[in-house]
Design a protein around this ligand. Structure first.
Ligand SMILES: [Zn+2]
Ligand SMILES: [Zn+2]
Length: 166
């Protein structure tokens, strides 16, 4: 159970992750990038191992607060910096975008907030030279809830450069 990992992790390294029930489901809460990274690296039954986690940092101003848009097919994500309003695509997300440039929907926390800190988890292929899967984790800046919001498969190479495009 991933919830138990967090209870153990919290005891082992003093991480700020907590688990609470929200609408009958166990949800993880955190306060820092380290918490979000640990959340992305939890083992999920049937899921791939997340080998690398990178924090989302605005490529223009260094800001770390975003709203996050997702295209119609639910693959890929684009983040808008709340500091400078610059938009950047996460990894290869621009490939999935419709030509109109609009996001189909914006990520929203169950608490109603749409402002987040983000981190991208990368699962690498066995060769360590290519990315297999990308997971976008967001931490709500209002209530601290952490969730996987979007994930998508990478089926080409070379693709290790995507690790630098969180
Ligand atoms: Zn910015
Ligand atoms: Zn929230």
């Amino acid at each position: 159970m991933w919830q138990d990992q967090f209870r153990e992790l919290g005891q082992a390294v003093g991480a700020g992750i907590g688990v609470s029930k929200v609408d009958g489901q166990d949800r993880a809460f955190g306060a820092t990038f380290e918490d979000l990274a640990a959340f992305l690296q939890r083992s999920v039954p049937g899921g791939y191992t997340v080998d690398v986690v990178r924090e989302c940092v605005c490529r223009s101003c260094g800001g770390k607060a975003f709203e996050v848009g997702v295209p119609a097919d639910g693959q890929g994500a684009r983040r808008t910096c709340l500091g400078c309003r610059e938009q950047h695509y996460i990894a290869d997300s621009e490939e999935y975008w419709e030509d109109d440039g609009l996001a189909d929907y914006f990520c929203g926390c169950p608490c109603g907030n749409e402002e987040f800190a983000g981190a991208v988890g990368y699962s690498l292929r066995e060769d360590g030279e290519n990315v297999r899967w990308i997971y976008l984790g967001l931490r709500c800046l209002a209530c601290g809830m952490m969730r996987d919001y979007v994930d998508w498969k990478i089926n080409y190479g070379p693709s290790l450069h995507l690790v630098d495009q969180a």
